[in-house]
Ligand binder design. Structure first.
Ligand code: AP5
Length: 217
């Protein structure tokens, strides 16, 4: 299965992609996570992307298209993959269509996680993750069971993203509305766009998503 999840920052793309990964055995490809890894490893690409990512702006289309094209060749993508955060512009959507055609692959589902902006700042300023195993949490919506201790691995070290400040969240939302939303009509015109209500509780969003994914593309 090849799935695209589209939605504004904080819509729940990463949260739901992880669940789909575990349920359907397909790999989550988060372009944001790939960029953050390159930044923390100090690679040439990471150094170039750092200022853009940390200010909430998009990295150039050709950079990200190259990353995705290489990544989907990896053996763990053979069963399928979930694109979380890609494509983010119409040019990226067009490049993806060419890339899939060249590789003989078919896009099965494009799902928008729709949600109003006013719910997102709260979600993103509350987000943190375990520095050791990467398990995601939220101050308000998904706290750790024991305060300051990761439920999954017991670590007491946590990290927050540099772009999860209110000012940068507003920049990211502006970028989403201006540059990413136009890909919704792009997929709608091709008859492949589906939608779930991202304002519901996490488990409810998962239920809606599984229903969509259980239908034939
Ligand atoms: P990226 O990492 O993709 O960030 P984003 O799109 O801003 O999305 P987020 O990861 O912030 O949100 P999410 O929808 O995954 O929400 P989550 O599930 O974590 O990109 C970062 C940057 O990289 C970009 O700004 C750009 O610079 C660059 N980049 C990446 N891809 C690019 C591309 N293709 N082209 C160019 N540049 C690119 O949920 C958020 C929080 O809410 C969590 O704490 C979660 O626990 C909580 N939550 C989730 N669902 C619910 C719910 N239903 N109810 C209550 N709380 C919930």
């Amino acid at each position: 299965m090849i799935l695209i999840l589209i939605g504004p920052p904080g819509a729940g793309k990463g949260t739901q992609a992880k669940i789909v990964e575990d349920t359907f055995g397909v790999v989550q490809l988060s372009t944001g996570a790939l960029l953050r890894t390159a930044i923390s490893e100090g690679t040439e690409m990471g150094l170039k992307a750092k200022a853009l990512v940390e200010s909430g702006k998009l990295v150039p289309d050709d950079t990200i298209v190259g990353i995705v094209s290489d990544r989907i060749e990896d053996p763990d993508c053979a069963n399928g993959f979930i694109l979380d955060g890609f494509p983010r512009t119409v040019a990226q959507a067009e490049a993806l269509a060419d890339m899939l055609e060249t590789k003989g692959l078919k896009l099965d589902h494009v799902v928008e996680i729709s949600i109003d902006d006013d719910l997102l700042v709260d979600r993103l300023t509350g987000r943190f993750e375990c520095a050791s195993c990467g398990e995601g949490y939220n101050d308000k919506f998904k706290p750790t069971k024991a305060e300051g201790v990761c439920d999954k691995c017991g670590s007491t070290e946590f990290v927050r993203r540099a772009d999860d400040t209110e000012e940068k969240i507003r920049t990211r939302l502006g970028v989403y509305h201006e540059q990413t939303k136009p890909i919704l009509p792009y997929y709608k015109d091709r008859g492949i766009l589906e939608s779930v209500d991202g304002s519901k509780e996490m488990s409810d969003v998962t239920k809606q998503l599984k229903e969509v994914l259980s239908t034939a593309a």
